[in-house]
Write a protein that binds this ligand. Structure first.
Ligand code: GRF
Length: 203
């Protein structure tokens, strides 16, 4: 299945997906990388890997989210994309766009959802004093960071952790579960049925 990876920044998760997709048996082809920011470092990773990488800037659209998404959608359609992968894509999508990609769009979030949706998850986990933290890959539904869960990984919060240390521990797990979850979504081993995830894959 032809997948597009949407990014806004560094692109380390994109890098993990690129590495996994190099294996001939990997069920998703990374056919396109789109960034809403021209300065996203992840664009260089894509280009180095020979993946078409394009910028659809969100800024000129201001509050016109639907206008930005129409531009995004046009690129996805032109590239024959069947699966959208949000990998550090920092724009909230409208209900219309989410509905158009229902069951065909996944996101990674750096917390054990439903705990800590939104921003600054690591600082909030530290402030809350949780002993376990982690990351989640989920199908995208209209509520931000709310969709049905495909995969999660937990890490301990250790004495002395600061935000950076905890973020790095979580990120290592993001790089492990995201390629797996994308493979399951692309092969149909993980799919959305009646608003819930059906999973044929071994955990
Ligand atoms: C990751 O922690 C992801 O979960 C979050 O933003 C970060 C993106 O990192 N939504 P990268 O661009 O993949 O390196």
């Amino acid at each position: 299945r032809r997948a597009a990876v949407l990014i806004s920044g560094r692109g380390s998760n994109l890098g993990a997906l690129i590495a996994a997709a190099r294996h001939p048996a990997y069920p998703a082809e990374l056919a396109l990388v789109l960034s809403n920011r021209a300065d996203a470092a992840g664009l260089d990773r894509a280009r180095e890997a020979g993946i078409p990488a394009e910028v659809v800037e969100s800024r000129p659209f201001g509050r016109d989210r639907a206008g930005f998404e129409a531009a995004l959608g046009a690129r996805l359609e032109a590239a024959g994309i069947g699966l959208v992968v949000l990998a550090g894509f920092m724009r909230v999508l409208t209900e219309g766009f989410v509905a158009a990609w229902a069951g065909r769009m996944i996101n990674i979030h750096p917390s054990l959802l439903p705990a800590f949706p939104g921003l600054d998850t690591h600082a909030r986990a530290l402030a809350a004093g949780v002993r376990l933290h982690g990351c989640t890959v989920h199908f995208v539904t209209p509520g931000v960071d709310e969709g049905p869960i495909i995969a999660q990984a937990a890490v301990p919060v250790l004495p002395g952790d600061d935000e950076a240390a905890l973020a790095a521990r979580v990120l290592a797990q993001e790089h492990r579960i995201f390629p797996a979850a994308l493979a399951w979504a692309a092969s149909g081993a993980a799919r959305l049925e009646g608003g819930r995830v059906v999973l044929d894959a071994p955990m």
